[in-house]
Structure formats: structure tokens, C-alpha cells
Design a protein around this ligand. Structure first.
Ligand code: ATP
Length: 494
């Protein structure tokens, strides 16, 4: 069933609530309508289901004007789950769902057929309420009631389903279950769904296309990934929005920034608040306020907020099939909150760690490096190597920045750090022991870029930028010094 809406406007008395709305929903599509309270979503849905009569514009179903369908014809094609379904108190669950079959009853004295019975049973099954079919509606929870009303709409066996906030009152597990089910029906049975959503992430995850309404006007129409733009949503919803990639699904994920957030994070010179504790077993850097971190660490890789940064000494012959789990156990046994800790390992002597803090006038930066290169690798020749060399070999780099970094700056900081580290290895003439070519790192190197996310904004960290220049310089200097200490301890001083 294809739905076409062209230039539709509507007003209650003098009050214009919809203006020039135009969109098409193809058969089998899951179409979402989003917008703040009062933006006209319910009014639009009421016009689509003919609960309100059209004042201006056209609405067609499979190219036939909506107005030309008889009520009975329309009821066979279209089912509606309204925002607040009329509570049929006293009715049982099954009786409520049976009401959905009235559209299919014919003649003066309609008879209840096997088909009707089956449609009701199926609908109850689909929403997971079959086991409560004899329960009265008033004894159900809000979420269960919502599922029964949905079953009533489904029992109609519609081609087009209009839903006003279908997951209202449902817990998150039920929401996902229901939307998964609806999505499956659109795909398998070519059911067309038009639904109002309040949760933009759910809408984006499940809908093929979205219409964004703002004060009765179209503020956007398209696929979720093209439509959910931070600036656009901030204007429409009057809230601070951040857009990221969903970790699994190829859809955007939105997060809202609390208004109070900026007020609670006014702190200058977060680097002075860092404390360093060192013994032979570990170096622990602690910050009272969480830093946002991008790292390749054993524990806490990817983006994470962290308050503890652990560089742990392990024996030279440490071997483990699952170092991440082992490291997490280590952190737990040392009373660290694993989800707030960045954990790296090294067989290098921790006394040889090098740290540098930039001076006042430069970009506020703190760098710590431990370096061992017994395991050095030339990345360009790694494919030729037969086995990983045994040896003390890891370069761990921790960088703390007093400032705000966006994702671009984080990624560029990683690149700049890697380049500076490679240059330090090059200048120290470190060779891959197997290929005898210049090494670019070791097979287990880790980098953590940690930013206070307060104060100065850094949008870039490439080598042409102030932050990139500082990172390049201090990572190079710290790595060079750490390599010198490592060589000295090994006694080859070269
Ligand atoms: N029957 C009515 N008479 C007069 N004004 C109405 C009527 N129904 C809705 N309105 C007004 O029309 C505007 C749009 O309402 P509508 O219910 O369509 O918005 P909505 O986007 O669905 O909001 P919500 O997210 O709160 O459900 C609102 O300002 C509302 O007050």
C-alpha cells in the first residue's frame, strides 16, 4: 500500500498546525514521524487515518484519494494504534482484540468465522499476550495494554498501519521486541507502517525514512543517516545533540548533552591534578576528573572515559592467550574500577619510564613513555617474519592534554604520536632483529590519548597544528630518552 501526501495543511480554528506537508511512503516501508511536542505529528496521523477531514492538499492510497474510500473499505486496509487508546474496561484481552475484526464482518447479521478466530489468535501471539487472553484489560500494566491494542490493530490484517508512539509505556526490552516484530512484518508481508516516535535513536534504528516536523512544517525528510544532523536537531528540539556511529548497526546514534554539564566541568589546568604513583610492579596515573581517552591499550581500547591509567610490569616471558581478561583480573585484584581504567603492560623496567610536561606557554601536555625494542618490527616487512621475537619489547605512550578534543583531533593525535614514535626509532637506528631493516615499532605497542575535555578547544592535531606540533615534539623526545635508557640497561648503549 503506497501512501502519498501532497501539500497538506491543517488548522484548528485560526491556529495553523500543519503547513505544506508533502511525502510518499512506499509499500513495505517503515516510515517514522519525529518532532517535539506540539509539532503536529498526531494531527498529521489523524488526517492520514481520516479521523480529521482534510482541509487543504491531497492524500492518496495507491493513487486513490483517501476521501473516496467507504469507512468499511478503509477499515479493511488501514489500522490505527492511537496515542491513548480508549480503554475498554471490563472487556477481556481476547474480546478487545476481537473488536479489530469488525471491519471484516459482512451483512446485516455478521457471523464469526474460523478466519476471524485465527486472526485474533495470531495477533495475540505476535504481541506475546496469548497467555493472558482471558484477563480483563484493566488488570494489565500500561505496556501490556499497549500490546493488546496493537494486537487489535493487527487482527484487522491491515495493509497500512498507523501507530502513534507504539512503544509508549513499554520497557526497553518490550520496545525492541515490538519494533523488531514490526520491522519483520514490513519486510515479509509488505506491511506499510507509519509511526510517530519520540525516541530518535529507536526511530533511526528501525525506520527506512523519517519525517521531521518543527512547528507544523517539514524540517527534514529522508533516510535516518542523511537526516539526523546535530545542528538541525538542536534547532528543532532545543537541546544540545551529539551524533556518533552506532557500534554495530550502520545508523547514527544520538546523545544529548545535559545543560548542567558545562557548569560542572569548569576546571583549569587539569594536568596539575594528575598524580603519579610508581613501584616496581606498576605506574599508576590518577586524575580526580575523568579524561576522555582514545587508546589501543590492552584494557580500555577505543573511546572511554577514565580516571586511572596503569602501566603494569609483566615478566619478560609473560605469555597469555587472553591478555585482556588476565589484565582485567589483575586490575580488579588491585581494586581498580575496570571500566574507568586504561591498562597497558610492559616487560620494560618501570624505573626507566620517561615523562615530560610541557612548559606554561606551550600547549598543556603531559607525556609518559616506557620503551623496549627487543621485539622490534618493521611494519613494511612484518609479513615476511616467521615468528614473533622473544624479548622485552613494547613501547607504551600515554599523552594527557588539558583541552577539548573532537574526534578528528583524537584520531590525528594518534597519527602524530605514531609518526613521532617511528621517527625516534629511526633516529635511534633500531632494527627488526629478523629482517635487519629499520623498525617502526614493536608488535605490542600501545598509545593512549587522554583529554580533560575542558578549556581550550583543539579541532585538529596534525603536524601543522599547535597540538600536533607539541605531541610530535614531546613524544619524540620522551621516546628517544626511553630508548636511550633501555639500551643503557641492556648494556649496548648504542
Ligand atoms: N482539537 C484541538 N483543538 C485545538 N488545538 C489542537 C487540537 N489538537 C491539537 N491541537 C494543537 O495543535 C498543535 C499540534 O498538536 P499535535 O497533537 O498534532 O502535536 P504532536 O506533535 O502530536 O504533539 P505531542 O508530541 O505532544 O503528542 C498543538 O499546539 C496542539 O495544542
Amino acid at each position: 500500500m503506497m501512501l502519498n501526501v501532497h501539500d497538506v495543511s491543517y488548522q484548528y480554528g485560526e491556529k495553523a498546525v500543519l503547513q505544506n506537508i508533502t511525502f510518499t511512503v512506499e509499500q513495505g516501508q517503515f516510515f517514522g514521524i519525529l518532532g517535539p511536542n506540539g509539532s503536529g505529528k498526531t494531527t498529521l496521523l489523524k488526517l492520514l487515518s481520516r479521523e480529521l477531514s482534510l482541509q487543504k492538499g491531497t492524500i492518496t492510497l495507491n493513487a486513490v484519494p483517501l476521501a473516496s474510500f467507504s469507512s468499511k473499505e478503509l477499515a479493511r486496509l488501514v489500522a490505527v494504534l492511537p496515542q491513548s487508546a480508549d480503554s475498554a474496561f471490563g472487556y477481556t484481552v481476547k474480546e478487545t482484540v476481537e473488536l479489530g475484526r469488525y471491519a471484516h464482518q459482512t451483512g446485516l447479521f455478521p457471523t464469526w468465522t474460523e478466519e476471524d478466530e485465527q486472526a485474533v489468535a495470531e495477533a495475540l501471539e505476535q504481541v506475546g499476550m496469548a497467555h493472558k487472553e482471558q484477563e480483563t484489560i484493566d488488570r494489565l500494566s500500561g505496556g501490556e495494554r499497549q500490546r493488546v491494542y496493537l494486537a487489535r490493530a493487527l487482527a484487522q490484517k491491515p495493509s497500512l498501519l498507523f501507530l502513534d508512539e507504539p512503544t509508549n509505556h513499554m520497557d526497553i526490552a518490550q520496545q525492541i521486541k515490538l519494533l523488531d516484530q514490526l520491522k519483520k512484518w514490513t519486510e515479509e508481508n509488505q506491511l506499510t507502517v507509519v509511526a510517530i516516535f519520540h525516541d530518535m535513536n529507536l526511530a533511526s534504528l528501525y525506520c527506512d525514512r523519517l519525517l521531521l516536523l518543527h512547528e507544523g512544517k517539514m524540517a527534514g525528510l529522508g533516510e535516518p543517516s542523511d537526516m539526523i544532523e546535530e545542528k538541525q536537531l538542536e534547532t528543532v528540539f532545543q537541546a544540545s545533540v551529539r551524533r556518533q556511529a552506532h557500534p554495530v548497526v550502520s545508523k547514527p546514534l544520538l546523545t544529548f548533552v545535559p545543560q548542567t554539564y558545562s557548569d560542572t566541568r569548569q576546571q583549569n589546568d587539569s594536568l596539575s591534578a594528575l598524580t603519579i604513583a610508581q613501584d616496581g610492579e606498576q605506574i599508576v596515573i590518577t586524575t580526580p576528573q575523568p579524561f576522555k581517552v582514545l587508546s589501543s591499550a590492552v584494557v580500555g581500547a577505543g573511546f572511554q572515559w577514565a580516571t586511572h591509567f596503569v602501566n603494569r610490569h609483566v615478566p619478560k616471558h609473560y605469555r597469555c592467550d587472553d591478555p585482556e581478561t588476565e589484565m582485567k583480573q589483575y586490575l580488579q585484584s588491585h581494586s581498580f574500577a575496570v571500566h574507568r581504567t586504561i591498562g597497558m603492560m610492559t616487560a620494560v623496567y618501570l624505573e626507566d619510564a620517561v615523562w615530560i610536561k610541557s612548559s606554561e606557554e606551550e600547549v598543556p601536555l603531559f607525556v609518559m613513555v616506557t620503551a623496549g625494542v627487543g621485539n622490534a618490527v618493521d611494519a613494511a616487512k612484518a609479513w615476511e617474519k616467521r615468528e614473533t621475537a622473544e624479548g622485552i619489547g613494547t613501547i607504551n605512550v600515554f599523552i594527557f592534554i588539558d583541552g577539548q578534543l573532537n574526534e578528528t583531533a583524537f584520531v590525528q593525535a594518534m597519527m602524530t604520536t605514531t609518526e613521532a614514535k617511528v621517527k625516534a626509532l629511526y633516529d635511534a637506528h633500531v632494527l627488526d632483529p629478523e629482517t635487519h631493516t629499520l623498525a617502526t615499532g614493536t608488535s605490542t605497542d600501545c598509545i593512549a590519548i587522554a583529554s580533560s575535555q575542558t578549556g581550550r578547544l583543539f579541532e585538529y592535531a596534525g603536524t601543522a597544528t599547535p597540538l600536533g606540533k607539541a605531541i610530535g615534539r614531546f613524544v619524540y623526545e620522551a621516546t628517544t630518552e626511553a630508548l636511550r635508557k633501555y639500551k643503557k640497561r641492556r648494556g649496548d648503549g648504542k
